[in-house]
Write a protein that binds this ligand. Structure first.
Ligand code: PEP
Ligand code: MG
Length: 596
């Protein structure tokens, strides 16, 4: 085809890398929604149409879900589950029926009235992530409308001409996760990536792209007016850009980058079986942070030396009943077994602040001081170990489950948000009590299970000498340590610009904790996001850190980096940085560090 005009578009790159392919434009929802009044005698028929359409969409999503490959990322299943949940929600499933009955209008009309109502409610939510979920509701409703317009395909239409071996770049106003999956699974299509006009980095389509490793740019306004069917498209997700019909010279450059990226990924995979060490031979442990038992697969896939942080609270969230001891045991044991003797550090419940139980689950906690009330300042309130100490049965149940799982692997217990020595004493007393209960029941556990604590409150970092005395290991939670040191609410976007991991106070507390642990011969890891940031690897190594725990996806890139760093050089860098008090100079010192 004739070469079209070169253009470039900006948006948010949501998965790393480059994709090159031919554009296929998806029409925006082409549904003109028919609106008409009905007779009272037609109410049953109209409600029947709506029910049938809901059922069809449910069947479609369920079928799609059953076809997901067992090794597909968890997000894939999670998004389909979310769309199924939206479909079941009474606000969408029931209210339109009432509207049909009471206002005598057709099913499509009733559904769109209710859609606008629900979307309005979502858009009033302050939380950006939740607000973004209105897109999911729209996508689900569109599927139902499609099903109502009988005979219309509910799947994405395919491009008519695509040469053999050519890859496809999808251009759409927005894409539902189910549509991405339909295309990703088609054997006759090689989906390279996609560009959408709507959506931000936290939209589900964006998250899905990231977890499938598909380069994508979202929020590229005007994409469908600038791009034409069959245009050559380059998605440069690293630079948040879409290039339409690049020049031959540019295309050669992008193809070269694409090849290099592929080679780099192959190189990284080769590192999987190698133990991480610095260029001067110092061993470093690279561990994975996980949130659900099934994430252990990603950890193994990345060759993790163990699980450095299992955020157990995710087993407790989004449900109305608390998980029983047996259910928890199954989850912990599943991870312990999967890791085959490698250490699995299970953090006890870190609920409170931004991670909350449902109201119904909280009602079931009618013990101790009564169900917790909403707090004015939850990050500083009843959170993590404070919460567990306030609800002894909740804590003991979890401890028994973890102890039982210690029988099938190398399990360790990690206590979050310690600030006082007496909190450690109390936590240890609870562990002793849980062991006693298991002994009474003649249930087994590892009698030498290690108990460690998180250093994420400045008080714990400053008193590390005393803190280390009482524990077998320490783990620095830099996400919270930064929040509490700088008094920045980590979930408040209006102060996000002040959340600075290079603030000398933050670096000072991290270094002090690492040194304090070394003096007390207590191993220290970092399990906050900093551990997975390439920019920080040399500095943390230079401070003496030998255990890094991070998102599984970061393990191989960090390992590659470590092979190129010498602990001596890193130590010198840390010395220089720690003498600086100006974050700008600290940043400059890190940038000046010889590129590995
Ligand atoms: C941290 O605070 O750094 C941490 C690892 O825990 P979370 O992010 O779950 O609070
Ligand atoms: Mg934390």
């Amino acid at each position: 085809m004739a070469e079209g005009q070169r253009e470039s578009l900006a948006g948010s790159g949501v998965a790393r890398g480059i994709a090159i392919g031919r554009a296929h434009l998806l029409a925006p929802s082409e549904l003109e929604v028919r609106q008409y009044r009905i007779e009272r005698r037609d109410v049953v028929h109209e409600i029947g149409r709506l029910t049938k359409a809901f059922n069809e969409v449910r069947d479609e999503l369920t079928l799609l879900k059953s076809g997901i490959a067992p090794d597909a990322p968890n997000e894939v299943r999670a998004f389909l589950d979310l769309h199924l949940l939206i479909l079941e929600d009474a606000l969408l499933a029931e209210t339109p029926r009432d509207l049909i009955r009471n206002r005598l209008i057709n099913a499509e009309w009733a559904l769109t009235i209710q859609l606008e109502e629900v979307v309005k409610q979502f858009e009033a939510i302050e939380d950006e992530y939740l607000r973004g979920r209105s897109t999911d509701v729209r996508q689900v409703v569109e599927r139902v409308l499609n099903a109502l317009a009988e005979g219309r395909p509910t799947r994405v239409a395919l491009p008519t001409k695509l040469a053999a071996g050519e890859r496809l770049v999808l251009i759409a106003q927005d894409l539902a996760p189910a549509d991405v999956l339909h295309l990703k699974d088609r054997a006759d299509i090689d989906l390279a990536g996609f560009v959408t006009e709507l959506g931000g980095p936290t939209s589900h389509t964006a998250i899905l792209a990231r977890s499938l490793g598909l380069p994508a740019v979202v929020g590229a306004e005007r994409a469908r007016s600038v791009i034409e069917e069959d245009d050559i498209i380059v998605i440069d997700a690293d630079n948040d850009a879409v290039i339409v019909n690049p020049s031959a010279e540019e295309l050669t450059g992008f193809r070269k980058r694409l090849r290099e990226e592929g080679e780099h990924r192959t190189q990284l995979r080769k590192l999987k079986g190698r133990l991480a060490r610095s260029s001067d031979g110092i061993a470093v442990e690279l561990l994975a942070n996980i949130e659900l038992p099934e994430d252990a697969r990603d950890a193994l896939e990345a060759g993790a030396d163990g699980i450095g942080l299992f955020r157990s609270e995710f087993l407790f969230m989004d449900r109305d009943e608390l998980p029983t001891e047996d259910e928890q045991y199954e989850s912990y044991a599943r991870v312990a077994r999967a890791m085959k003797g490698k250490p699995v550090v299970i953090r006890t419940l870190d609920i409170g602040a931004d991670k909350v139980l449902t109201e119904a689950a909280r009602d079931t906690l009618g013990m101790g001081r009564g169900a917790p009330r909403p707090e004015s300042n939850p990050a500083l309130g009843l959170r993590a170990i404070r919460y567990c100490l306030a609800y002894p049965e909740l804590f003991l149940t979890q401890l028994r489950a973890i102890l039982r799982a210690s029988e099938v692997g190398t399990v360790r217990i990690l206590v979050p948000m310690l600030a006082h020595a007496h909190e450690i004493d109390q936590a240890l007393a609870f562990v002793a009590r849980a062991k006693e209960q298991l002994r009474d029941r003649r249930q087994k556990y590892d009698g030498r299970i290690q108990i460690g604590g998180m250093v994420e409150v400045p008080a714990a970092a400053l008193s590390v000498a005393a803190v280390a005395l009482k524990q077998k290991f320490l783990s620095i939670g830099t996400n919270d340590l930064i929040q509490y040191t700088l008094a920045i609410d980590r979930s408040d976007s209006s102060v996000a610009h002040l959340y600075d991991h290079l603030h000398p106070a933050v670096l000072g507390l991290i270094a002090h904790t690492i040194q304090g642990g070394a003096k007390a011969h207590v191993p220290v890891s970092v399990c906050g996001e900093l551990a997975g940031e390439l920019e920080m690897t040399e500095l943390l190594l230079g401070m003496g850190l030998r255990q890094f725990s991070m998102h599984p996806a970061q393990i191989l890139p960090i390992k590659e980096r470590l092979f190129e760093l010498s602990t001596k050089e890193a130590g010198r860098l840390a010395g220089r940085v720690m003498r600086e008090s100006d974050p700008v100079k600290i940043r400059a010192a890190l940038e000046r560090a010889p590129a590995p």
